[in-house]
Design a binder for this molecule. Structure first.
Ligand SMILES: CC(C)(COP(=O)(O)OP(=O)(O)OC[C@H]1O[C@@H](n2cnc3c(N)ncnc32)[C@H](O)[C@@H]1OP(=O)(O)O)[C@@H](O)C(=O)NCCC(=O)NCCS
Length: 144
């Protein structure tokens, strides 16, 4: 398994994972837009041409945020999500960011457990962020 930056040939596989993972999936156009934006970066986990998972981050001089992370359904619970979060921490260190931010649905136990296991702390709640559900705001302090 390798971690590398997204390329355009990955988009079909990424959209397939996105569609099986979220009720409001990103479209191909949204991934394309993020691909073209200098502040966005998407890292994919790949094995012999198969995309196993991916993570999109936004990194500006003020903010470092994980926007999106998903692992292919049949490849979950194999530490691929963990590997992607560890990569985010590495990038965070390389760009001298002090914190990583993210939002998660309170109902998303697998993701919350993953983030907590990786040292993310709960900062608060953003009411009705997802329309039907609040968001839990979490952050990781790279200096802890
Ligand atoms: C959340 C997600 C990315 C986790 O990826 P993963 O590769 O399966 O996770 P890992 O194998 O690295 O698991 C790491 C830890 O997360 C937690 N976890 C993962 N899956 C879990 C589950 N089904 N139930 C409870 N905890 C879970 C556990 O604490 C696990 O550690 P452990 O195996 O030592 O118990 C994956 O479930 C996914 O793609 N979900 C759909 C998309 C999504 O919800 N993304 C997050 C949006 S905020």
């Amino acid at each position: 398994m390798i971690l590398r930056d997204l390329n355009l040939d990955d988009l079909d596989q990424i959209c397939e994972i996105e569609n099986q993972s979220f009720s409001n999936p990103w479209s191909k156009e949204m991934f394309l837009g993020s691909f073209l934006s200098p502040n966005y970066r998407t890292i994919v986990s790949e094995e012999n041409g198969e995309i196993l998972g991916y993570m999109s981050i936004i990194a500006t001089k003020d903010i470092f945020e994980i926007i999106n992370i998903a692992v292919k359904k049949e490849r979950r619970n194999l530490k691929i999500g963990t590997t992607l979060i560890l990569k985010a921490k590495e990038i965070c260190k390389n760009v001298n960011a002090s914190q990583i931010y993210l939002e998660v649905r309170p109902s998303n136990t697998p993701a919350i457990n993953l983030y907590k296991k990786q040292g993310f702390k709960v900062d608060g709640i953003r009411p009705k962020y997802y329309g039907d559900e609040d968001a839990i705001l979490m952050s990781y302090d790279s200096e802890d």
